[in-house]
Ligand binder design. Structure first.
Ligand SMILES: Cc1ncc(COP(=O)(O)O)c(C=O)c1O
Length: 343
């Protein structure tokens, strides 16, 4: 397969993760998370996020997001998110089907909600005729490769909590956001007022590592039942734990995410001055969004695979990952320059 800028899921698993999997692959361990490795994983999450956090591994990011909704909402509740949120646009209606809630999609520049954007939807509660707002879900880094700062998350949390709602962060790429900002996981989440987080590792070098992390422990009362009933309780939990340990015990999470971010910057620097290419979003994490002529899109796709984002306007999404190399980027940019006549 040619080198791909299609998704950070196209990348391989980092060798240190595979090594850790081999390390726990010895002897018997109690199933369903009652093993020493899972206990150790809880401790490592608590080192990053504070003692009042509890992580629950799940099978995928959609599972983490849907369980976040299910754990916080009743069927008469609504969840606000952007109109490009994975939760709204890419989960096949699972939140509606499984949690039974109404999603309220909000058009937001750079895929970032603001207090002003959500304010109109916080009103009118308490009426039996209306769906009751309960959760605001933001994605960081966003589906557009932009990043909410700590202050922006804090401002959202303030208005959300003032109205008695909760704040969820879809952190499928949270390591990219934290590496980009130069802050800590804790500063961008629990300290900024996030109540629960879908922590993503699969896009940052893991094989299959996602977890729902609670910072508001009052929300976990029924969670063990919710997780099991919704098919997200894995039996051989030590293998999920091993992946998070590989990522979070040392600085692997940061090395991989900052490399992916740097590759996106390199790509941005390479294409930003090509007259036929318009970069459409600020490049703050590991994705570059751009509009380019149809013939260039199709020709370059033969050598480097990637997806259209908005085919109607010729916009594409280029994702970099932990294993994208500077040579990959340079070859890609060179091809784009030849095809656009900028070489
Ligand atoms: C923003 C975001 N959230 C969540 C996910 C998780 O998706 P999956 O269920 O494929 O792990 C993705 C994957 O593309 C994503 O981009």
């Amino acid at each position: 397969m040619p080198r791909s800028f299609s998704s950070d899921n196209a990348a391989t698993v980092h060798p240190e993760v595979l090594e850790y999997l081999a390390r726990v692959n010895v002897g018997h361990a109690t199933a369903y998370g009652y093993d020493e490795w899972t206990q150790r994983m809880v401790g490592v999450f608590q080192q990053h996020f504070g003692e009042d956090c509890l992580p629950f591994p799940v099978f995928n990011g959609t599972g983490a997001n849907v369980l976040a909704v299910k754990a916080t909402c009743k069927p008469w509740n609504s969840v606000m998110c952007t109109d490009v949120a994975h939760l709204y646009a890419d989960e096949c209606g699972a939140p509606e089907q499984i949690a039974g809630v109404k999603l309220v999609p909000i058009v937001a520049p750079q895929a970032k909600l603001t207090p002003e954007l959500i304010a109109p939807y916080l009103r009118g509660t308490g009426q039996e005729h209306q769906v009751q707002p309960r959760l605001v879900s933001i994605t960081n880094s966003t589906e557009y490769g932009t990043v909410y700062t700590v202050a922006e998350v804090h401002a959202l949390a303030e208005i959300v909590h003032k109205h008695g709602l909760l704040l969820h962060m879809d952190g499928a790429r949270i390591s990219n956001a934290v590496a980009s900002l130069g802050c800590t996981f804790r500063e961008l989440t629990v300290d900024a007022g996030v109540d629960l987080l879908s922590f993503g590792g699969t896009k940052n070098g893991l094989l299959a590592g996602e977890a729902l992390v609670f910072f508001n422990l009052g929300l976990i009362q029924d969670f063990l039942f919710i997780r099991k009933q919704n098919l997200q309780l894995m039996s051989k939990m030590r293998y999920a734990a091993a992946q998070f340990l590989a990522l979070l015990e040392g600085d692997l999470w940061h090395r991989l995410a900052s490399h992916a971010n740097a590759m996106a910057q390199l790509l941005y620097q390479g294409v930003k001055d090509i007259p036929e290419i318009t970069v459409t979003q600020p490049v703050q994490a590991n994705g570059v969004f751009a509009i380019l002529p149809g013939h260039v899109r199709e020709a370059v796709r033969n050598d480097f695979f990637f997806y259209d984002w908005d085919a109607a306007v010729g916009e594409v999404r280029w994702m970099c990952s932990w294993d994208t190399t500077a040579e990959d980027v340079k070859a890609f940019v060179a091809r784009l320059k030849v095809l656009t006549g900028a070489a």
